[in-house]
Design a protein around this ligand. Structure first.
Ligand SMILES: NC(=O)c1ccc[n+]([C@@H]2O[C@H](COP(=O)([O-])OP(=O)(O)OC[C@H]3O[C@@H](n4cnc5c(N)ncnc54)[C@H](OP(=O)(O)O)[C@@H]3O)[C@@H](O)[C@H]2O)c1
Length: 260
């Protein structure tokens, strides 16, 4: 696995999965554009790199400001003159019942996880179409294929992401490869950063796969130009299979499970 000479743009590179993938790409020789809102955290990630200032640049962005994505994409192109791989990873989750979730929070989840992701990808797509072997990677979720309580808008956004990018793949066949990576429970700050309410769940993600283990598997999938990849534990994998085989049985099982 070698990404020498590849330019990789990662959103949500300040924490969790994005941070771990940025470090793994740096170790494999890629040049990186690191994006998120928290510039100090991005600098911390960059400082851990080999040759930090040669191999990477920081490009702050708030993906919820989706109308700004064309000008941000233009800045990203100026950094190294090209982009080979866009990793759409920035996102927030939800741990609240629909009835207790402010509509503004529903909007925030959908604007960050879905609309901003589409806007950014469309802004850089004309360039990617001129590149040989370019890829768009989406870090969606198992929640793009299944559903549970406490995740209404998150599931809506992630189903939207999967639907959009699997359709885009058909349009771009032979031009830009689309890799949809669906994580299960990964140990990151996702629960701490989630839209939440007074309900205080156990944090299942804390016991999930370590983010550096996830990153190695994700890079391998990207290198192999896989199309749809699940990375997570047995429970989430079983849920994906059950939903496909018997949606009715899936609903009755998940309805009675302690979902947090
Ligand atoms: N961890 C899991 O179990 C799991 C499972 C399935 C899917 N995922 C997906 O994996 C992705 C990464 O999540 P994570 O687990 O690594 O969580 P995390 O540690 O909370 O990281 C989320 C990242 O998204 C960025 N972000 C959030 N809002 C943003 C905004 N408005 N503009 C730009 N960047 C923004 C954050 O950066 P700033 O705060 O600095 O902006 C941060 O870098 C998400 O799309 C999530 O849905 C995670």
């Amino acid at each position: 696995m070698n990404f020498t000479d590849k330019v990789v743009w990662i959103t949500g590179a300040s924490s969790g999965i994005g941070e771990a993938m940025a470090k793994a790409f740096n170790a494999q020789g890629a040049r990186l554009i690191l994006s998120a809102r928290n510039t100090e955290a991005l600098k911390r990630v960059q400082a851990s790199f080999k040759e930090p200032n040669i191999s990477s640049v920081i490009l702050p962005l708030d993906i919820q400001q989706y109308r700004q994505m064309p000008s941000i994409a233009a800045k990203a192109l100026e950094a190294f003159g090209k982009i080979d791989i866009l990793i759409n990873n920035a996102g927030i989750s939800q741990r609240s019942l629909a009835i207790e979730t402010d509509f503004e929070d529903d909007l925030r989840i959908i604007e960050i996880d879905l609309i901003g992701t589409i806007a950014l990808s469309k802004a850089i797509l004309p360039h990617l179409m001129t590149q040989k072997d370019a890829q768009i990677v989406v870090i969606s979720s198992v929640m793009g294929k299944i559903n549970t309580k406490y995740r209404t808008s998150y599931a809506a956004a992630k189903h939207g992401v999967v639907g959009y990018f699997e359709s885009l793949r058909l349009e771009l066949e032979g031009q830009v490869h689309i890799c949809n990576i669906m994580p299960g429970f990964i140990a990151t700050n996702i629960v701490k950063n989630a839209v939440s309410n007074s309900y205080n769940p156990d944090n299942q993600n804390a016991a999930g796969m370590p983010s550096d283990v996830f990153a190695q598997k994700a890079l391998k999938a990207i290198y192999q130009r896989r199309k749809n990849v699940f990375i997570g534990g047995f429970k989430e994998k079983f849920a994906l299979i059950l939903k496909r085989v018997s949606p009715r049985m899936f609903d009755s099982v998940i309805k009675n499970m302690k979902v947090v």
